[in-house]
Each structure stands twice: as C-alpha cells, then as structure tokens.
Design a protein around this ligand. Structure first.
Ligand code: AMP
Length: 251
C-alpha cells in the first residue's frame, strides 16, 4: 500500500475564455463580476496526482489554494476531480510567486508531503516562477514542464519538453513537479463527484497561522491593453505580395 502524499497547488484565475478588461486607472484588470475558474495547468496537476492515487501509488492528495474566500470553489473543483481534502490559505490581496512559494513550502513541510504538484504557469500573471521558487526554498529537486511522470519507488521520473526534444530526469523524493500541457487531459468533474466533494473537508487558515511573511518587494506600476493591431492588406498575386513587401521595406 502506497504511503506517498501529494500536495497540489491550484490557483483561481479569470476564466481563459473571458475577454480581459483593464481598469481605467491602469492598476490591474477588472475582476468583479467576471467568471473565474481553476488555472488550466493546475487542472492538469490535479489530474496527475489523482491518477497516481487511482493507481494506488499515492495515498492522499491535498489541494491548496491561496487567495480570497472564492478560492474554496477552486478547491471544491479539485475535490470533485478526486483530491481527498483541501487547504484554503485565506489572504485578501493577490499574492506574487515568492509569497505563494513561501506558503507552499511551509505547507509541504507541515503536511510531510512527498510530491508537490503545481501548474507550470498561471494564465493570469504568466509568471512561471512559483514551482521553481518553492523547490528553491525547500531545497527539493524539481521537474518543471513535465509531460510524463512515473513513480519509481522513492524516485520520480519526469520527462520534460525542452527546445531540442525531450529531457528525462530522475528526482529523489520529496520533489516538486510542474505540469505542462501534454502531461494528461484532465477529467470533467461529474455531478455525483461534485456532490461527494461537498462532504470533503477544507481547512481554512491564515498565512499568519503558518508564520509566513507575505511582504512583497514587487509593485505593479501600470497595466495596459496591448496596442491595437492595424488592419492587414489583401493582395491578389504573388507578384503583388513581393511588391508590397518591397514597398514596406520587408525584403
Ligand atoms: P505562476 O508562477 O504564477 O505562473 O504559477 C505557477 C503555479 O503556481 C500555478 O499553476 C499554481 O499551481 C501555483 N500557484 C500560483 N499562485 C497560486 C495561488 N494563489 N494559490 C495556489 N497555487 C498557486
């Protein structure tokens, strides 16, 4: 019987299908009344941990999210996908990767987990830093952008997509793994599992309860819409295309 425990970090983000609007004062993006969902890469991370549990290689899967009270909905989704219990670290302000990494590192130690799964990237801030920083704080090995994960006793083999092809790493547990797009296809939570998830436990705590310092040295100066793209020009023939490219100095 497996004794390994996995912690999965799930972030609540603006849904990928929502058209983002910048606040008039450029301090950030509009979040009020906007549909939020679990970050897609976190869904992949949850799916991977749950599959390991279904193969009886992992004993318990714990989902954690840091943020406002609505993060509990994100945790409920993870529970409906098959995680066993949740931890909500309640904070009102939005946290940067280093602050989240401090929370995750503390929880990973407190819960004595062997595997810490994260998404490779959050689609709202596109930071791609939290997994790496958490591994650094814990001094654990890391397998980032994982496209395949195989448990081998007290080690985990991680295949990762790199520029020139695939890299295979073998990490000694405990380890941090961040999920890339091709790792798996996450399941949809079924209605019976959504109902079952309502009975699963979510522990709510404050970052202060963990003794974590949330001060940040980074402040956002301005958030702006991308520049509008100017309309293209249609050409009839290859000759016209070449002439047009010459005209604008591209060839
Ligand atoms: P980032 O470094 O911001 O691109 O985020 C990478 C991953 O870190 C996400 O996919 C999550 O697994 C985790 N993460 C980031 N922020 C949070 C948060 N507030 N709560 C839980 N997990 C988070």
């Amino acid at each position: 019987m497996a004794e390994l425990r996995a912690l999965v970090a799930v972030k609540r983000v603006i849904d990928f299908a929502v058209k983002i609007r910048v606040k008039p004062d450029k301090s950030g993006v509009v979040t009020d009344g906007v549909k939020h969902s679990m970050n897609p890469f976190c869904e992949i991370a949850v799916e991977e941990a749950v599959r390991l549990k279904e193969k009886k290689l992992v004993k318990e899967v714990i989902a954690v999210s840091c943020g406002p009270s609505q993060c509990q909905e994100t945790i409920r989704t993870a529970l409906a996908m098959g995680a066993d219990r949740g931890i909500h670290v309640e904070v009102s302000e939005s946290l940067g990767p280093l602050q989240v990494a401090r929370v995750l590192a503390k929880l990973a130690e407190k819960e004595k987990v062997d595997l810490l799964f994260l998404g490779k990237q959050a689609i709202d801030d596109d930071c791609n830093q939290t997994g790496q920083m958490t591994a650094g704080l814990l001094d654990w090995p890391q397998g980032t952008f994982a496209s395949q994960v195989t448990l081998e006793g007290d080690k985990v083999k991680v295949e990762r997509e790199i520029d020139g092809g695939l890299e295979t790493l073998r990490l000694k547990l405990p380890a941090v793994v961040t999920a890339d797009l091709r790792l798996n296809e996450p399941r949809y939570a079924t209605l019976p599992n959504i109902m079952k998830a309502k009975k699963k436990k979510i522990e709510v705590m404050k970052a202060g309860d963990l003794g974590v310092d949330l001060t940040s040295k980074v402040s956002v100066i301005s958030v702006e819409e991308p520049a509008q793209r100017s309309a293209g020009v249609k050409v009839e023939t290859t000759e016209d295309l070449v002439a047009k490219l010459k005209e604008v100095g591209r060839i």
